[in-house]
Design a protein around this ligand. Structure first.
Ligand SMILES: [Zn+2]
Length: 348
């Protein structure tokens, strides 16, 4: 994979890293740059909310990389609050897999990533196949230590667009106005996609390329309970099949399985999300696929573990969960995931 340089090491032991950081610099290291388009620039309240959303992630992620997001406001399709299109890049499975292993060395989930398979292995729909590549957002690859990507593929890591067809509340510090949607929550969600929260399940490709998060996507047909089984079990990439983010009970406490949406042809939600709390009654995190008006979404431990295992260095101690906002009337609104800006082929 000549277009990728060698990954760099992520992690001193946590205590050492935090202690050092406290002496010399702020703990957070990720820099999220928002390039606002004309409409967003003209709405200072919206831009401020977007920047607060970026700071939320900056406070939780320690990787010394810059993530650039082009953002704007525009009329989107019916029922879509916002959407993110990320630059998605694919490389040989083993090369990216090995970077994930290396990145998590010393981390809390190292045992799990050490047990990652060395080639693609998943249930796929009938008449579909699987490539032996692995795909990730450009931002995700930066977190994994790959460099030179902006020069080769352009500076933007993602393009996020917010719908102008909804009433947004741009300041949730005093709650969210009834009937309005919390702009900041949508921004936090869409940035989450940009960081790499994806699945290949809704891909139209004949031969699917697994996304980094798909390596932790299992179903009832082959549900691993040991690290050895985690290595060999087939991941679940069939739309409509029950699927969950699995951290292998009992190694990481309970619960260690977090439901994923099963796809646009499955439960009707894009598979690059947690299982919808409007279906289960159980809110799993900011990567929930829908949001009601009046609701403030929060980043959860599950959100952070998903980003951790795919290559981000997470400061779990910085996670504080605000009180749940009161749920207003449920209005079904999709937090969409747009077409990818670029999907490179295999590079050697
Ligand atoms: Zn989404």
């Amino acid at each position: 994979m000549s277009f990728f340089s060698s990954p760099r090491c992520r992690f001193a032991p946590v205590g050492l890293l935090l202690g050092l950081a406290a002496l010399v610099s702020p703990v957070h290291a990720v820099n999220i740059v928002i390039n606002a388009g004309t409409a967003l620039s003209a709405n200072s309240a919206a831009l401020a909310a977007f920047n607060r959303a970026a700071v939320k992630w900056e406070n939780l992620l320690l990787d010394p990389v810059t993530v650039t997001i082009d953002a704007n406001l525009a009329s989107l399709g019916s029922g879509i609050l916002g959407q993110a299109g990320s630059t998605l890049l694919a490389g040989g499975f083993a090369g990216i897999r090995n970077a994930m292993v290396f990145d998590n060395t010393g981390g809390a989930l190292q045992a799990l990533t050490d047990a990652l398979p060395t080639s693609a292995n998943a249930f796929v729909p009938t008449n579909r196949g699987l490539t032996n590549n692995l795909a990730a957002s450009k931002a995700n690859l930066k977190a994994l230590g790959f460099t030179g990507l902006d020069a080769q593929y352009g500076v933007a890591d993602a393009t996020i667009t917010f719908s102008t067809n909804f009433n947004f509340d741009y300041d949730n510090s005093n709650g969210v106005t009834a009937g309005f949607y919390d702009f900041e929550s949508v921004a936090v969600h869409e940035i989450g996609h940009s960081l790499g929260f994806f699945s290949a399940v809704d891909s139209a490709a004949t031969n699917l390329t697994m996304r980094t998060l798909d390596l932790f996507r299992f179903g009832n047909s082959d549900n691993p309970t040991t690290l050895a089984e985690f290595t060999t079990a087939k991941r679940e990439l069939r739309s409509g099949a029950t699927a969950f983010f699995d951290l292998i009970n009992p190694l990481y406490g309970s619960p260690t399985q977090f439901g994923f949406s099963t796809g646009t042809s499955g439960d009707g939600r894009q598979a690059s999300h947690w299982k919808d709390d409007s279906i289960t009654g159980n809110y799993l995190g900011i990567m929930d696929p829908t949001m009601s008006s009046g609701f403030i979404g929060t980043i959860s431990q599950a959100d952070l573990m998903a980003l951790d295992v795919i290559g981000w260095d997470v400061n779990y101690a910085a996670l504080n969960v605000p009180e749940a906002a009161s749920l207003a009337t449920w209005v079904f609104a999709l937090l969409g995931l747009g077409a990818f800006a670029r999907y490179s082929g295999r590079r050697r």
